[in-house]
Design a protein around this ligand. Structure first.
Ligand SMILES: O=C[C@H](O)COP(=O)(O)O
Ligand SMILES: CC(=O)C(=O)O
Length: 207
């Protein structure tokens, strides 16, 4: 099994995390681990994201740390240099793909259509982000493409909730789902890390 597929086996939910205050990064990673979630996707959507990755890489080595929202070749390299152990993209371009391969890290590229998924499979990439999952057709879409493309495995992300996660996880081509609901903005603003642990426990129980 390739490293990409192994990433989909770590936890039933891959938390997609947006860190606005760098001091929150380590407590969030610890709160997720305490709830039984072994993986975190820290998105490159804020100015502090790379520093957040550096801190989690050095202070919480037990969690498998990915950099999400990699949308440029430069970001792929920066995320690897900061200590990310895998990369996630919402979609894919030739240049991002090349830069991601150059890091040597496992990599979950985003696909939202059958042709995108087939192009990535041609490059040996068969563990994919399905993004944005709900607007792209959700469970029904994934069921339909499992017929012609049973060898592909997905981490659907985008619009998935604690309630809808199980219906995705029941599909043979879904390894885990991604979502931001484990780290709600209001919990982060209130530094309510216990709530994040409680949400992580519920998510881990979906296994
Ligand atoms: O942009 C969306 C994130 O990748 C996660 O999506 P979500 O907030 O709908 O869970
Ligand atoms: C879609 C996703 O998980 C990302 O922003 O990389």
């Amino acid at each position: 099994m390739s490293k990409g597929h192994e990433l989909l086996r770590l936890s039933p939910v891959m938390p997609v995390v947006v860190i606005d205050e760098v001091a929150d990064a380590v407590p969030v990673a610890r709160a997720l681990l305490a709830g039984g979630i072994r993986v975190i996707e820290l998105t490159l959507r804020t100015p502090v994201a790379l520093e957040a990755i550096e801190r989690v890489a050095s202070e919480v080595p037990e969690i498998v740390l990915g950099a999400g929202t990699v949308t440029t070749p430069e970001q792929a390299k920066q995320a690897a240099d900061a200590g990310a152990k895998f990369l996630v993209t919402p979609g894919c371009t030739e240049r991002v793909l090349e830069a991601a391969f150059a890091t040597g890290l496992p990599f979950l590229p985003g696909a939202g259509t059958v042709s995108e998924a087939m192009r990535l499979a041609e490059q040996g990439l068969t563990a994919l982000k399905f993004f944005p999952a709900e607007p792209s057709g959700g469970v029904a879409y994934l069921k339909a493409i499992a017929g012609p493309l049973p060898q592909l495995e997905f981490c659907p992300t985008g619009g998935i909730t604690a309630q809808s996660a199980a219906s995705y996880l029941a599909l043979s081509t879904v390894g885990c789902v991604g979502g931001s609901w484990l780290t709600p903005k209001d919990a982060l603003a209130a530094k309510d890390f216990d709530r994040i642990t409680a949400l992580a426990q519920e998510a881990a129980a979906l296994a």
